[in-house]
Design a protein around this ligand. Sequence first.
Ligand SMILES: NC(=O)c1ccc[n+]([C@@H]2O[C@H](COP(=O)([O-])OP(=O)(O)OC[C@H]3O[C@@H](n4cnc5c(N)ncnc54)[C@H](OP(=O)(O)O)[C@@H]3O)[C@@H](O)[C@H]2O)c1
Length: 229
Amino acid sequence: MKTVIITGANGNLGRAVTKEFLDKNYRVLATVSNDTARADFQTHPNLEVAVVNLTHENETYEFIRNSIGKYRVIDAALLLVGGFAQGALAAASGEDIHQQIALNFETAYYVTRPLFAHLMENKKGRIVLIGARPALNPAQGKDLIAYSLSKSLLFKLAELLNEAAKGADVSVSVVVPSTLDTPLNRKSMPGANPDNWVKPLEIAETLEFLVSDKSKSLKETVLKIYNNA
Ligand SMILES: NC(=O)c1ccc[n+]([C@@H]2O[C@H](COP(=O)([O-])OP(=O)(O)OC[C@H]3O[C@@H](n4cnc5c(N)ncnc54)[C@H](OP(=O)(O)O)[C@@H]3O)[C@@H](O)[C@H]2O)c1
């Protein structure tokens, strides 16, 4: 049985991803940000849910080291934590930039730093980061400066780590959804057609493929999942 870490497991995407991996018989080490969110999960023999503030480097390091100590081998991490912020340059203060980098980049970086070392020791493993289209597309990104800048760091991190992993069966992928079909997006964009968006289950199935042996030859993967949005 493969062991995967899923961060943001109680989010819209996180719930679908956690279910998909449990259904496919993985052991899931899920993280949430508070006890209420943890209590919302139904117990499952292959699921452990931990409360970790992933913007705290030491707390995150402890979680990763404890997970490795307990299970010996971690096969993959799906780093889903992130959040959106509106605003073009004039509206984006330094504090806004810091907050978005903490939420979208540091939460992934603090997991990746100790975990990548573990994967390289084992010469095997996967890390999947969740990017965002405005980080690749300036026409969208110019109105979402803090969000785009913070997500763009994830693409760079993947490039740098894939270079460091050359020759090992270790890879870091970035999955880029357009708009997810979530209750929040339906509420905030009442005029849009959700059929054009991407279902969390579609992303979940793609993530499972990326972690499975079927994707063994994929390297330096940036996967755009846009549907018609
Ligand atoms: N929604 C979209 O249309 C869309 C489009 C493109 C990309 N994405 C990306 O896809 C990912 C998932 O999106 P989503 O819509 O599922 O988001 P979501 O529902 O808001 O879920 C985000 C998750 O991150 C957790 N989190 C936030 N801060 C945390 C912290 N400091 N420590 C630990 N956990 C923390 C949240 O926990 P709490 O609820 O407890 O705070 C929540 O579980 C994000 O990276 C997002 O940027 C989303």
